[in-house]
Design a protein around this ligand. Structure first.
Ligand code: B12
Length: 140
């Protein structure tokens, strides 16, 4: 985390009625183990709730875990809400059950990276550490 005097802060969230909790728990644990500050919103969030929490908590990254469909609507909504709030610079990640054919739509809408079923948590940690090391150092 060269150049930074504080750890990366990430908000993890689950949208809508999706109650699959294993993946998000695994990710939260792996990122905490790697020294990141992890905030989990809990279940049944709306895109507006997640955008508001991301801004209030002043996170660097927003990560959505989605296994029960609906992501082609909710993720573009979330990306749009973040941009409208002037928070479009936050890294937006998604993981879970996301069909290959949905990727172009999500990427165009502003999802920066998608990690689907079977992703190695070390790959996710490495990706975040590399992204964080490219961000300007923060004075706080
Ligand atoms: C366990 C399970 C359940 C459990 C969940 C228990 C719990 N508390 O989590 C129960 C039995 C409750 C359940 C219910 C249902 N399930 Co279910 N379930 C599964 C199953 C078998 C495994 C999911 C899992 O835990 N995987 C292990 C974790 C570690 O993997 P993961 O979540 O994918 O996470 C990894 C990556 O995706 C990624 N990742 C995930 N999130 C994030 C977030 C970020 C930020 C990042 C970076 C990475 C990341 O990193 C993780 C590590 O590699 C999957 C099938 C499957 N193979 O995925 C079906 C599956 C997800 N379920 C499915 C369905 C349909 C349902 C039900 C609708 C069934 C029903 N008719 O009732 C309900 C829906 C409940 C709801 N409202 O959401 C479908 C979804 C289909 C779809 N999306 O199109 C699947 C794919 C089964 C199938 N093949 O049809 N389910």
């Amino acid at each position: 985390m060269a150049g930074h005097t504080r750890p990366l802060r990430i908000l993890l969230a689950k949208l809508g009625m999706d109650t699959h909790t294993v993946g998000v728990t695994v990710i939260a644990h792996a990122l905490r183990e790697a020294g990141m500050e992890v905030i989990f919103t809990g279940l049944k969030q709306t895109p507006a709730m997640v955008a508001a929490a991301a801004i209030q908590e002043d996170v660097d990254v927003v990560g959505i875990s989605t296994l029960s469909a609906g992501h082609t609507r909710s993720l573009p909504q979330l990306a749009q809400l973040l941009r409208e709030a002037g928070a479009g610079d936050k890294l937006l990640l998604a993981g879970g059950v996301i069909p290959e054919e949905d990727r172009p739509l999500l990427e165009q809408a502003g999802v920066d990276r998608i990690f689907t079923m079977g992703s190695d948590t070390r790959e996710i940690v490495d990706y975040l550490n590399q992204w964080w090391s490219r961000q300007p150092g923060s004075p706080d």
